[in-house]
Design a protein around this ligand. Structure first.
Ligand code: F6P
Length: 359
C-alpha cells in the first residue's frame, strides 16, 4: 500500500488531443484519495530548472473550465529543440527538484521514450513512476491505443473528405502527407476511414507504377479524381529516405515525400493533374474525440490505482478492450510498434481495392 501524499503530473514530447482530459482524470482520481497534485510545467523542465515551475491542481481547475475538452497541453510539454545535458546531470537535477517539491510519485503522460527517461531520472529519488501513453503515431508498444491517436485519425479523415471534393472539381489526384514517423498507423486508419484510393506506409514497399496503375484503373472506371494518402516516413522507390535528419533526442525528422511522389507520378502519367497537401501539426490538435477522452479517463483513473497499490515503474495500457498496467522495462524492451502488414487493417484496405504497395 502507498504512503503517497503528493504527486506530480507532467506531459512530455509532442502534444496531441486528449492530454488535458488525462490531466483532469488524474487530478480527480488523486484528489479522491486525498493526495495533493502538482502540475509540472513544460515536461521535466519544471522539475529540473530553478525556480521550479509548477502549480497546485485541484478539481476546480478542470471542472470549472473548458480545458478537459480542449487539445494542447494545459501544462506545456518538453521542448526537444533545446540541447540536453548529460543523463547524470539531469538525474541529479531531477532528484534535487523532486525532493524540493516533496513529490512521492510522478505521472508521466508521454511516449515510451519520455517514460524511459523519467523512469531513469527517478532512480536517483524515492519517487514512484507511472506512465500514460499518448502519441498520434500510436507506436507505443504493448498498448493497442495511445491517447491522441484517434483524434489525429479524425483530423486526417476530415482532410481526406475535403480533398476529395476539390479533387472532384478539378479532375485531380491529390496526395495527402500525414505524420506518424516510422509507423503507418495514422495513414492506414485514416485512409480506410476516408476511403482513399492509395495508402503508402513505411512498413510496405511500393512502386510508382503500382500507384499509376491504380490511377489508370480509376480513370478507366469513369471517375475523374483520386486521393492518395502517404505516410511521412515512407522511402523513395529506390528505398531511401529523402533526408536523414534527426532531432536532438535521435528521432528521425521527416517531411516532403509527397512532393517526390507528385514529381514521379506526373513525369510518367499525365491523365490527372497531381497536387500535394502536407497536413503538418494540425494533426496534433483539433477536438479530442470521444474515444480519446474515454481512454484518457480510464488511463488516469488506473494510473492512480497503480500508485495506490504501491506499484512503481508501470505504464497503463489498453488491450483487448481492457485496462491494465505493465512494467515500463517491458515497454522499453519492446521498441516501437509498427503497422503489421498482416493486420486486419491492411487486409481490409487491400480487399477494398486500395493500392497499399507490393503486398
Ligand atoms: O511523434 C509525434 C510527431 O507528431 C510525429 O508524427 C512527427 O514526425 C513529429 O512528432 C513532429 O515533430 P515536431 O513537432 O518536432 O515537428
Amino acid at each position: 500500500m502507498s504512503s503517497i501524499k503528493r504527486i506530480g503530473i507532467l506531459t512530455s514530447g509532442g502534444d496531441c488531443a486528449g492530454l488535458n482530459a488525462v490531466i483532469s482524470a488524474v487530478v480527480k482520481a488523486a484528489t479522491k484519495k486525498g493526495w495533493e497534485v502538482y502540475g509540472i510545467h513544460n515536461g521535466t523542465d519544471g522539475i529540473t530548472e530553478k525556480p521550479h515551475s509548477f502549480e497546485v491542481l485541484t478539481v476546480h481547475n478542470f471542472s470549472d473550465s473548458p480545458w478537459p475538452r480542449l487539445s494542447g497541453s494545459y501544462l506545456g510539454s518538453l521542448n526537444k529543440g533545446v540541447k540536453m545535458e548529460s543523463l547524470e546531470e539531469m538525474t541529479r537535477k531531477f532528484a534535487v527538484g523532486v525532493k524540493e517539491l516533496g513529490l512521492d510519485a510522478i505521472v508521466v503522460v508521454g511516449g515510451d521514450g519520455s517514460m524511459n527517461i523519467v523512469s531513469n531520472y527517478c532512480k536517483g529519488t524515492l519517487a514512484k513512476v507511472v506512465g500514460i501513453p499518448k502519441t498520434i503515431d500510436n507506436d507505443t508498444p504493448i498498448t493497442e491505443f495511445s491517447v491522441g491517436f484517434h483524434s489525429a485519425v479524425q483530423v486526417c479523415t476530415s482532410a481526406i473528405d475535403s480533398l476529395e471534393l476539390t479533387a472532384r472539381s478539378h479532375s485531380r489526384a491529390l496526395i495527402m502527407e500525414v505524420m506518424g514517423r516510422d509507423a503507418g498507423h495514422l495513414a492506414m486508419h485514416s485512409a480506410i476511414a476516408g476511403a482513399a484510393d492509395v495508402c503508402l506506409v513505411p512498413e510496405i514497399p511500393y512502386t510508382i507504377d503500382g500507384v499509376i496503375n491504380k490511377l489508370k484503373e480509376i480513370k478507366a472506371s469513369g471517375r475523374n479524381h483520386a486521393v492518395i494518402v502517404v505516410s511521412e516516413g515512407i522511402k523513395t522507390e529506390a528505398g531511401e529516405h529523402l533526408s536523414n535528419k534527426k532531432n536532438l533526442v535521435g528521432e528521425a525528422v521527416y517531411g516532403g515525400i509527397s512532393q517526390y511522389l507528385c514529381n514521379e507520378i506526373s513525369s510518367r502519367y499525365n491523365a490527372f493533374q497531381v497536387r500535394t497537401t502536407t497536413l503538418g501539426h494540425v494533426q496534433r490538435s483539433g477536438v479530442p474525440v470521444a474515444f480519446d477522452r474515454l481512454l484518457a479517463s480510464l488511463y488516469g483513473a488506473e494510473a492512480i490505482e497503480v500508485l495506490a497499490r504501491g506499484e512503481d515503474n508501470k505504464m497503463v495500457i489498453w488491450k483487448g478492450g481492457k485496462i491494465d498496467a505493465v512494467d515500463l522495462s517491458e515497454v522499453v524492451k519492446s521498441g516501437t510498434t509498427l503497422l503489421n502488414p498482416k493486420s486486419e487493417y491492411v487486409k481490409a484496405a487491400k480487399e477494398l481495392g486500395m493500392y497499399i504497395g507490393e503486398i
